[in-house]
Design a protein around this ligand. Sequence first.
Ligand code: TNX
Length: 539
Amino acid sequence: MRTTRLFVIVGMCLALLAFGAMIKDTGAQPPALRPPTNTPIPSPTASQGATTNLIPMPVSLQSTGGSFTLASSAGIYVEPASAELTAIGQYLADKLKPSTGFAIPVLATTGAPANGNLYLTTAGGDSTLGTEGYSLTITSTLVTLRAYQPTGLFRGLQTIRQLLPAAIENSTVQAGPWTMPAVTIRDYPRFAWRGYMLDVARHFFSAVEVKRAIDLMAYYKLNRFHLHLSDDQGWRLVINSWPNLAIYGGSTAVGGGPGGYFTQADYTDIVNYAAARYITVIPEIDMPGHTNAALASYAELNCNGVAPALYTGTNVGFSSLCVSKAITYTFVDNVVNEIAALTPGAYFHMGGDESSATTSSDYISFVNQAQGIINSHNKLVIGWEDISASTLTANSLIQHWNNGTTTLNGVQQGAKVIMSPASKAYLDMKYSRQTKLGQTWAGLISIQTGYSWDPETQVSGLSESSIVGVEAPLWTETIVTRADIDYMTYPRLPGYAEIGWSPATGRNWTEYKVRLGAHGPRLTALGVNFFRSSEVPWQ
Ligand code: TNX
């Protein structure tokens, strides 16, 4: 009797906690667009059958029995048939074609199409789903994906892909049948910022490799791609007003390889490719430290007027722009000006980490001036948590990586926080001692460790209202090839995607690892060289 009552009380507490988690303003959308509070809490269980394969887990999902089979006669009907919705429909058609062999047409409709089709629409979209939310209703006769905004349709079509058999992701024709379980899903993200960072400075990766990484991110509903474009070992984007940065500063890499750089056309191609996947590119030029490649390219940027040699090692904290020289700010202004003009997103990331070769007063002075320059080019500032030492400008974001106290200093100045705690979210940390690639300074990050934390409880004193979301950085000191990127990114990135998207309530490793196991064949079909950790029951 006592035990039963205890269970009831514990159950009620859990329900209240869940309710609380849902009404909290996550910053994901303005209050008017906040999702309603009466949405059922997901309680993911194995009884959901095929639907348990979804990562991230939707906010609410009901299996309704039966299934829909995609046939060669199916069409993707969009309403309204705008260029944007037609492009979204075409993205789905292109994803379904190689494995099914079906040339699925994208067609205009007014109202639901005939049985056997897919219907993508913003007509009657529910504004409380916000920009990225969607509802998905699959019956035995029709697939209806509805959203308030096109972005929501794009996120929702990833759910459609994941509800199909894993073989759907193959690049060659497979047998089928292409069935999806009948479900009703209502879904939207917990956090507005769900990011992945790639360091192309320590080792360079081509636009082709970068775009592949972006397309994989899209599969897990991530929406921010942070490109770490410069560091001691390389400068990776052409700046027309300072051409040596790329030509000379981009000519090598960690270990002394050939390096490389993006032309401005490459960068624009990446930005557009990401935008077509509703992913915002965040360019980072790290300063005043992590600047040896720039200092080596232009002697005048050095306080002593002497350019150092190019650097191919992996130390940090030895380089600094010359804070007292006027040319330094001309340089920053020119670089920010050119990159801002190529970047539609609201933010410019100025790095600011590990500037141990800059005195504290110089650091503060530099960051204050650099922020002013960035704002003058109509971009908002992002910096690693270290920039909290300066006077932050309005609407700046700080990226937490190592020091909670420093992060809280920034929050006290009104900044919001991107959560990238190194000990949980650094994709360059080894999975275990046996992992050949990666580093260990922030600890070992198994798949379970990477998944089992919450942004809200990571830094004590940091409340969810100050957190814009989560980002997992891949630093590439030890990462050389596309296969290396895959190996360290997957399967940890889907876990960060779920932390960023799904409600905290109901998230647990025991359940998640089963869903992740079902993504093994999907990642294989996608050609991803993921780490087959024994922690996960791979299918
Ligand atoms: C710290 S995290 C860095 C990077 C390194 C990384 C290696 C941060 C803001 N700075 O420069 O690449 O550690 O794990």
